[in-house]
Design a protein around this ligand. Structure first.
Ligand code: 5MM
Length: 325
């Protein structure tokens, strides 16, 4: 059986990246409704089948993060999703958090929940074929946010999640997302991202998490989407890499970015530009959700006749991101 470090390494090497298809039922339903598809269990299943049966996906995707409902569903050929992924050489991951909930005493801020019963759920997910997991914390900038208590509460939860996953045999993807919402500058995003990552690595050390058996999934350091001054691609790349050099220990095998609402093309350009920012101690790759599958969803529209065109749209983004690496 592969060690945690071997699984983590496999997820970020060979120019491949991770596809995030772990939208909760609420988010996935909203995305389906956005393209005129009725948000039924069957349509959520069919959409995920479209993704995992995309030809040659294994050439650019090392792992796919699934949600709990998908892990229990089957493809039309009767295989479970983890079985179907194993058949084609892609690792199956599972989102184990139960969502970001209002943080007591911190107006408009959230803390991600899901620690209760996590040890038992991890054991079940391993039995169902998962080899890695994901937990996403969200932090907002503006109006005095993020507060120190939201940074520390989320870092603490991420570290306890990571420890439980490693104990149970899953590689934890640790995702502290500083949101792009707002009019903040890239400098403000850098300052907050730096503080969030410092707090996170303090907590991971406290919880004795093995850093060579995790993947970090951070935001890129960008300006808020309403900021009138949008930085150039090279500035985003350099600022992101500088921030990571200051905060992420070299024993972390890989950093797999979220796309956070950037357009698919811009997220790919940022990833590509980062590869020219000098020698780095970790692999830099992608763990995009919307920036990988958005164009496919918009092509599909729930119509069987658009199935292959939608898969081609996914392939285009996956191949472009692997090439950017
Ligand atoms: C795919 O979306 C993931 C789950 O979202 P919800 O639990 O809110 O439904 C999300 O965690 C995703 O993995 C990350 O945000 C990265 O996705 P993007 O679209 O930002 O690359």
């Amino acid at each position: 059986m592969a060690t945690l470090a071997e699984v983590a390494h496999a997820l970020v090497s060979d120019r491949r990246g991770i596809l995030a298809a772990d939208e909760s039922i609420g988010t996935m339903s909203a995305r389906l409704e956005g393209v005129g598809v009725e948000p039924t269990d069957e349509n959520r299943r069919a959409y995920r089948e479209l993704i995992v049966t995309t030809p040659d996906l294994v050439d650019s995707v090392s792992g796919i993060i699934l949600a709990d409902d998908t892990l229990r569903q089957r493809l039309s050929n009767g295989r479970t999703f983890p079985e179907a992924l194993a058949d084609i050489g892609i690792l199956a991951g599972i989102k184990v958090d139960t969502g970001a909930k209002p943080l007591a005493g911190a107006s408009e801020e959230k803390v991600t929940e899901g620690l209760d019963g996590l040890r038992e759920r991890v054991a079940e997910y391993v039995r169902l074929g998962a080899t890695f997991a994901k937990w996403r914390a969200v932090l907002t900038i503006g109006g005095g946010r993020p507060s120190e208590r939201s940074v520390r509460a989320n870092a603490h939860a991420l570290a306890r999640y990571a420890g439980l996953c490693q104990e149970g045999g899953l590689v934890p993807i640790v995702e502290p997302e500083v949101l792009m919402d707002g009019a903040h500058s890239i400098a403000q995003c850098q300052q907050v991202t730096r503080a969030v990552l410092r707090s996170l690595f303090d907590e991971l050390a406290l919880m004795k998490v093995d850093l060579d058996g995790i993947i970090l999934k951070p935001n890129m350091v960008v300006a808020g989407k309403d900021c009138p001054e949008q930085p150039a691609v090279d500035e985003v790349a350099q600022t992101t890499v500088d921030t990571l050099r200051e905060t992420v220990p070299p024993s972390v095998p890989g950093i797999a970015f979220l796309s956070g609402g950037q357009s698919p093309e811009l997220a790919t350009r940022h990833l590509g530009a980062m590869q020219n920012c000098g020698e780095l101690p970790w692999e830099l790759t992608y763990s995009f959700g919307r920036a990988l599958v958005g164009p496919a969803l918009e092509t599909w529209w729930g119509d069987e006749g658009n199935w292959r065109a939608a898969q081609r749209a996914l392939s285009v983004r996956a191949v472009a991101n692997a090439a950017a690496r």
